[in-house]
Each structure stands twice: as C-alpha cells, then as structure tokens.
Design a binder for this molecule. Structure first.
Ligand code: PMT
Length: 404
C-alpha cells in the first residue's frame, strides 16, 4: 500500500515529536516517498536535519522564507500528497485545523491538500478530555479525518491517562488502511459487535464469550475503505477503530434501540454481535442472597433485532441491506441457510464456533458466506481483518448493484 505513495508528514510542537523521526523512518522503509513539514513549535522539539536525513528530502521551514517557497511551494507539496498524516497533533494544532486556519506550513498544506488526513493526537490528558478539543476533533472526523489514538499511560507532563502518541507502527498501519481501496467511500454502514449483558441483580449478568473482535474488525476495515461507520458495541474492552462513530450499549434492548433509531439513514447493517436471546424476567435491585440450595431464574425472550429488521424491510419494501452472522456448533450450513430465509438477510456469515481458531475471542475466524441465489463462499482460516475485507468485498458489490 505504501510503496511509491506520496505521504506528507506534518509535525506539531509537542514532546512526542521525537517519535515522528521513527514514523518517517518506517514510512520510508515501507517504500513511501515522504515529505515532512513542521510547525515552528515542532521545530523546537526535533531538528529539520534529522528529518531531512531520514526522508531524503528537504524539509521546508519558514512560511515566509521567500527562497524556499519559490523552490518548493506549499501548494505543490499539498497537491502531490496522497495522504497527510499529522503526528503529533497537539490540542492547539487540532484546534487550528478544525478552524481552517493556515498560519503555518502544516495548517496551510492541510487546508490546500485534497488528500485524506490521519491525525495522531498527543497532549496532556485534561487537554485531551476538554470539550473544546473533543468538539474540534468531531469537526475533523466529520470531514473524514481518521484519528489514531491517543494511547493511555504515563504522560511527559507527569499526569497518567489518555494523551500519549500511539506507537509509530500504529500510525503506519492507519496510513496503510487509508491508502487501501476506497470502494465504500461515502457508504453508511452500521455494525454491531460484542456480547450483550443481561442484568440479574446489581452484580450479576447473563452474557456470552464474544470479545467484539470480529465486529470491530468489520467496522475498522469498512471505515478504512471510506465508509461512514456507526459501531454499536456491547460491553467490550477494545479501542474504537480509527474513523468510526461508536455507541456503547449493554443489553439487547439497548442494542435494538440504538439500531432501530439509526436504521433509516443506513445502507447496510452488519450484525456481528452475539445478542443474548433471553434476559432475566425480573431484575433484583439488591444482590440476590444465597439462602437456598438451588436458585431458579426465569427468563424471557429478548427482541430478535435482525429478524425485526428483516420483517420491517419485507413489510415496507425498503430498508438497508442486512448481513447477519451465525454462530453454530453443528450443521452450520443448514442453520445459516435457515437464518438467511427466516431473518430476511442478504448475507449470512456462518462460523463454526466449536472449531479451534474460529469464532469467539481469538484473532482468526473460519467462515462461509451465504447469499441469496449464489453458491456459498467458503473461506480458509484467516485473521478477522481479512475475513472483514472479504465480507466487505461482497457488501461493496451488493451496494453497487443496489444503487444501479
Ligand atoms: O466477538 P468475537 O469474539 O470476535 O466473536 C465473533 C462472533 C463469533 C461473536 C461472531 O463471528 C458471530 O458469529 N456473531 C453472531 C453470534 C450470534 O449471535 O449468532 P446467532 O446465530 O445467535 O444469531 C444470528 C444473527 O442474529 C446474528 O447476526 C445476531 O447478531 C442476530 N441476533 C441474534 C439474536 C437476537 N436476539 N438478535 C439478533 O439480532
């Protein structure tokens, strides 16, 4: 993805600027043609000489340096870029980018370029959490920027929390994703991921073993391919994929509400979540004591979100494409075919969750994709990101057909 691609690296003025040297080195090593631009405060943290040596290109310095401007030209730099990555992006730089200022070389090329933007923020935890910083980021995300990080940990300012620049490898991965195919550009997808937890009492719940990895992989890859992705996530401890809007829910009823209220504006819903089919009929507001040798908890049915989406589409004659997942332990094919019909899906991704390396928790999955009027597509054991890409190939082609 990076070989011979023009990558513009903008460096802001924070202590994490030293990591930009490694970022430039990794990008160059991957074959990218790297052009560095810096803010004046960025230059106070890392030298132009270092970055020139690593990128093999002159690093322009001053916005008002007549000789350099004549020789390099910030518009030419902005025009030839295929990707702009800003790392570290300080709170100040993010604010100026959101406001559309062009008062140094980094903000100027950011305004002039038509290339996609990757932002890797780094700042003090309170600056990061400040509503104004979050509003500025939301503005940039709304314009299509991909935000990678920040990571949590010990910060240079002495605070502990979110605000560390992510490792350069993660920034390179975001650049790779951004330069991949953009066949879902502008498409509106909703993905559900993870388990649901159905509360029994204040300390206990019914749940399942879904980690959310499969759904998060689909959401992340769809965003990397240009889709506007809403991820409705059950209770999982995974970072939000770059460029994805995330809505956290706990129960099946909450997940249903989150999906149904958004369904009208969505073109495709991918239901990778493992939704609990039942919930305790009564929630005990105090912790249930262990008085008896046995305890019976009566359960009632949860809504079947996918089936309801399928019914709505049948009844109204319109609605988003529907892709369900089927977690099976036996007779996978028959169960997937049955779900395809009964739940009114366009695609069903069946995984045999009893097979080693497949299904819940791990980083890989072995799936077969079932579709209406097409032979099942059996995939080998693959990393969940690659499963996601193969599924998105099918969705991209169905969306293309639906649009014709
Ligand atoms: O999260 P990971 O650890 O990465 O694991 C991935 C996975 C195994 C959870 C995933 O690949 C998967 O199979 N997800 C669907 C699990 C599931 O609930 O399967 P099901 O056969 O019970 O449901 C079929 C479909 O109906 C699913 O798309 C499900 O989201 C949907 N459903 C089910 C019940 C319900 N009440 N509402 C629903 O919408």
């Amino acid at each position: 993805m990076l070989k011979n691609r023009e990558v513009l690296v903008g460096i802001g003025g924070g202590i994490a600027a030293y990591k930009a040297a490694e970022l430039v080195r990794l990008l160059t090593k991957a074959g990218a043609r790297v052009q560095v631009v810096m803010t004046p405060s960025g230059e106070r943290f890392i030298s132009r000489l270092t970055l020139q040596a690593l990128s093999g290109r002159q690093v322009p310095a001053d916005l008002f340096d007549a000789d350099e401007e004549a020789e390099i030209g910030h518009i030419r730099i902005a025009d030839r870029a295929e990707l702009l990555v800003i790392a570290p992006a300080t709170a100040n730089l993010i604010a100026r980018l959101a406001a559309g200022l062009a008062d140094d070389l980094v903000t100027m090329v950011a305004l002039a370029t038509r290339a996609p933007l990757v932002i890797a923020p780094a700042m003090n935890v309170n600056m990061w959490k400040h509503p104004q910083t979050q509003a500025n980021l939301a503005t940039l995300i709304g314009r299509g920027a991909i935000v990678v990080g920040p990571a949590a940990g010990e910060l240079a300012c002495g605070w502990v929390g979110e605000g560390r620049l992510v490792e350069p490898e993660a920034i390179v991965a975001a650049c790779r994703s951004c330069l991949g195919p953009r066949d879902l550009a502008g498409r509106r997808l909703l993905v559900t991921a993870g388990p649901t937890h159905e509360p029994i009492d204040p300390v206990r719940f019914l749940g399942n073993r879904s980690s959310g990895k499969m759904g998060f992989a689909v959401a992340g890859r769809a965003a990397a391919r240009g889709a506007k992705v809403t991820l409705v996530a059950g209770p999982v401890a995974l970072p939000t994929p770059a460029g994805v809007e995330r809505i956290d829910v706990t129960t099946a009823v909450e997940m249903r509400q989150a999906v149904m209220t958004r369904r009208e504006s969505i073109e495709c819903i991918i239901k990778a979540a493992a939704v609990a089919d039942y919930r305790p009929a009564h929630f005990s507001s105090s912790k249930i004591k262990k008085h008896e040798a046995e305890l019976a908890i009566s359960l009632e049915r949860n809504p079947d979100i996918l089936a309801e989406l399928g019914q709505l589409r049948r009844a109204t004659g319109h609605g988003p494409l529907l892709c369900g997942f089927a977690a099976e332990t036996e007779e996978t094919t028959a169960a997937a075919q049955e779900k395809l019909e009964r739940k009114g899906c366009d695609l069903v991704v069946a995984n045999n969750v009893a097979e080693p390396g497949s299904g819940f928790g791990g980083d890989t999955n072995r799936v077969t994709i079932f579709a209406r009027n097409a032979a099942p597509e059996e995939l080998p054991l693959l990393p969940k990101e690659q499963v996601a890409d193969r599924l998105l190939d099918r969705i991209a082609s169905l969306l293309g057909t639906a649009n014709e």
